[in-house]
Design a protein around this ligand. Structure first.
Ligand SMILES: [Zn+2]
Length: 728
């Protein structure tokens, strides 16, 4: 009772605070005084459109059946989304086809043959209260890009399957060559493709990856269907493509998989694994673990099952049979747009993948449901004559779950156009899996994301900005980072990889953002990531879906309508310095001469800050000439492109961005060329990479300074009576 009164009171206080300080008095990044009021009005109109009920209705449709990439149901959903978009008022709706290398299981079988017999079910148990869990089209346990084979071999417990784990096995005299290794998904987390590559390098014949209850099951809390965590028979499907080498179709590196395109042999691709792999539930892993001999596993290798885990090696033998079918499968990307009223050839992209391992309620249905609310809102505004100044381009990707195929092939096809036209790409994947907001962004767009969060109300009643502070503090604490949360580190700018933004950023140089509501989500890539899970645990009431739609819409509207694009290169420079400082803390850089690189970063940051000031003054002056504004915008759009190295980063030519890539573990990786060379002890290469990075920084500093001169001098800007035009 008391608690409820308190809650009611604080809600009342919030309301009073909002009424006392109307949020509309403030300026918006990139908008001149005269356009701000109009923009606020458009945003208010848009924000009123997305509803929880409509998001829920869409999610029910999207999750009605399993819809794997390339499946008939997923293609049907492509046509469904295309139709929805047409009805909502989007223009130029097209479905693009890519014929993508795909692998699907014809047969998977695992049985323990010693010391006793156990045949793995490789199935997820149905529950009466959730009719979807009884759907006969739910797939068996399988891993995308596993090789085929039929082996019988001893089973070894290799903890999380990371290199340090194999080193410990070696120390214990255990040889994994030709054997089956059983590993956990995350302790600590690493990408399953990295585990596969590690096991492959160690000479193992196969890898079994299971979900330990300590990680996403009863060790965390109540399990499905009574809670959000994974039950006994859930397993995590997934692909093991080595997409950290090259994303997209592994047989068309660097060119689009258009029908009839040339494909290289899979043996020639560094992205195709050469090991058998299968995911397991703990229900199926338990008999293997329970029967293992050998030394007891170390303390931190012990899991959530009620017995001591052993390293194994002799006693437990298993028979594993996997028959994969490898074919080219048609993947479909749906594209629709609202043509810009003034700058139709400047594109603000918003995208989300459509394909799912099974029903995909959180991953990716929640993102699609939110995106469909964004398009409904934009269509409605357009019908009222409220059109964005730049073109908004919406994308429903396919084949994300195996290799980011849709977004990667599409990016390869339209790379030249994107270099000319792309303003930014807003990605959503898991739109909602709980209440904790997380926003990732390249350094130049982080202030825009922070600003947008201030104008939105989180379902808890606070602003999204306030609740984001809380979730961000939690994340930083978990990562042992002691810095307090500020506007500078609120958005994560170490953006890494893991969803469709990878191709757009790392291969094409489009500035990106990625947003999600995270939470207790133990059913990832399992059949239980379904409508029942979302309706009961992920987002009962679907209010987070509606906020996600509002956020994506506001971001798209600001990028589309801004007078001067809201990039912040001063902020970008400050983050780049931080990346270099972090590298210096973790690696010995004493043999490198990095003075000129530090100078180049300083100058880029300084130039960016001065440009920010000129932009602000120009916007406030009320005299910004639209031709000049367009010229400045086009210049600013090319900054991100200048971070690309045409030859790519060493050893990974597909990854071209000098600031961002990912590690093999999927961990984020900044200044990838320099960092990997320094960590590998190759100082001549590191010095060369530092020089390439320095040159890109100087190119961009020159550009930023030139844009500043154009803006300040041609615009005749003054601040407190002093001309901002720098002396030549
Ligand atoms: Zn996803």
């Amino acid at each position: 009772m008391q608690l409820e009164t308190l809650r009611r009171m604080s809600r009342l206080l919030c309301l009073t605070a909002v009424l006392a300080h109307p949020s509309h008095a403030q300026s918006i990044l990139g908008f001149a005084g005269a356009s701000t009021a109009k923009q606020v009005e458009i945003e208010e109109q848009f924000k009123a459109i997305p509803t929880p009920a409509e998001a829920r209705r869409q999610l029910r449709i999207l999750t009605a059946q399993p819809h794997l990439a390339g499946s008939e149901r997923n293609n049907e959903l492509a046509r469904y989304i295309a139709n929805e978009w047409k009805n909502q008022g989007l223009e130029d709706v097209v479905i693009r086809r890519y014929d993508v290398f795909s692998s699907e299981p014809k047969e998977t079988m695992l049985e323990m043959v010693a010391p006793t017999h156990y045949r793995a079910t490789l199935r997820e148990a149905p529950y009466d209260q959730d009719p979807d869990s009884k759907n006969p089209n739910i797939s068996t346990a399988w891993i995308g890009m596993s090789t085929s084979g039929d082996i019988t071999a001893p089973v070894i417990y290799a903890h999380s399957g990371n290199p340090a784990d194999f080193a410990l096995l070696r120390k214990n005299g255990i040889d994994v060559r030709g054997k089956i290794v059983l590993v956990r998904y995350s302790n600590p987390y690493s990408y399953r493709g990295f585990k596969a590559l590690t096991a492959e390098k160690e000479g193992a014949a196969a890898i079994l990856i299971y979900s330990d209850p300590a990680e996403d099951g009863y060790g965390k809390g109540k399990v499905f269907p009574n809670g959000p965590w994974g039950p006994e028979t859930h397993f995590q499907r997934g692909a093991i493509e080595y997409d950290f080498q090259q994303a997209g179709d592994p047989t068309t590196p660097g060119w689009p998989s258009l029908p009839g395109a040339k494909h290289i042999r899979t043996e020639a691709s560094p992205a195709v694994p050469k090991i058998m792999a299968l995911p397991l539930s703990w229900h199926d892993a338990r008999p293997l673990l329970e029967n293992m001999d050998g030394p007891a596993a170390p303390h931190d290798w012990q899991g959530g099952l009620p017995f001591t885990y052993h390293l194994g090696g002799k006693r437990v033998r298993a028979h594993l049979k996997i028959q994969m079918e490898e074919t080219l499968k048609a993947n479909y990307v749906v594209e629709g747009r609202i043509r810009g009223s003034e700058y139709a050839d400047q594109w603000v992209l918003v995208g989300n993948h459509r394909d799912a391992w099974v029903f995909g309620a959180a991953d990716p249905g929640s993102g699609t449901a939110a995106m469909l609310e964004v398009t409904r809102g934009m269509g409605k505004l357009a019908k009222q004559g409220i059109r964005p100044r730049r073109t908004m381009l919406f994308l429903s990707w396919d084949g994300e779950e195996t290799s980011f195929a849709g977004s990667a092939e599409w990016s390869e096809q339209f790379a030249h156009e994107l270099w000319q036209k792309a303003v930014a790409y807003l990605n959503v994947d898991v739109g909602v899996a709980g209440p904790d907001f997380a926003g990732n962004s390249v350094g130049s767009l982080a202030p825009l994301l922070v600003e947008a969060s201030k104008g939105l109300r989180d379902p808890s009643g606070q602003s999204l900005y306030e609740t984001w502070h809380v979730s961000r503090a939690k994340t930083l604490k978990e990562a042992d980072e002691t810095d307090p949360v500020t506007d500078f580190n609120l958005a994560e700018t170490r953006i890494g990889s893991g969803s469709d933004y990878a191709a757009l950023l790392d291969h094409v140089g489009v500035p990106v953002m990625d947003v999600t509501f995270d939470g207790p989500y133990g059913v990832y890539h399992s059949a239980y990531d379904d409508f029942y899970w979302m309706d009961h645990f992920g987002d009962p009431g679907f209010r987070y879906h509606a906020v996600m739609a509002q956020l994506l819409g506001i971001l798209a509207l600001r990028l589309s309508n801004a007078d001067l694009l809201p990039y912040d290169f001063g902020n970008y420079g400050a983050h780049i310095r931080e990346y270099l400082n972090t590298l210096a803390k973790k690696s010995d850089l004493s043999k490198l001469d990095l003075e000129s690189l530090h100078e180049a970063i300083d100058e880029f940051e300084r130039g960016g800050k001065i440009l920010n000031e000129s932009v602000q003054t120009a916007l406030e002056s009320g005299t910004l000439d639209s031709l000049l504004a367009d010229q400045i915008n086009r210049g600013m759009m090319s900054i991100e492109r200048n971070w690309l190295a045409p030859g790519g980063i060493p050893g990974r030519p597909w990854y071209k961005h000098l600031l961002y890539a990912c590690r093999q573990t999927y961990a984020h990786l900044e200044l990838p060329g320099l960092t990997e060379a320094a960590e590998g002890g190759d100082m001549p290469l590191a010095q060369q990479q530092a020089a390439i990075l320095g040159a890109a920084l100087r190119t961009n500093t020159e550009l930023v300074n030139q844009l500043n001169r154009e803006l300040a001098c041609a615009g005749g800007l003054t601040r407190r009576g002093v001309p901002l035009c720098p002396a030549q």
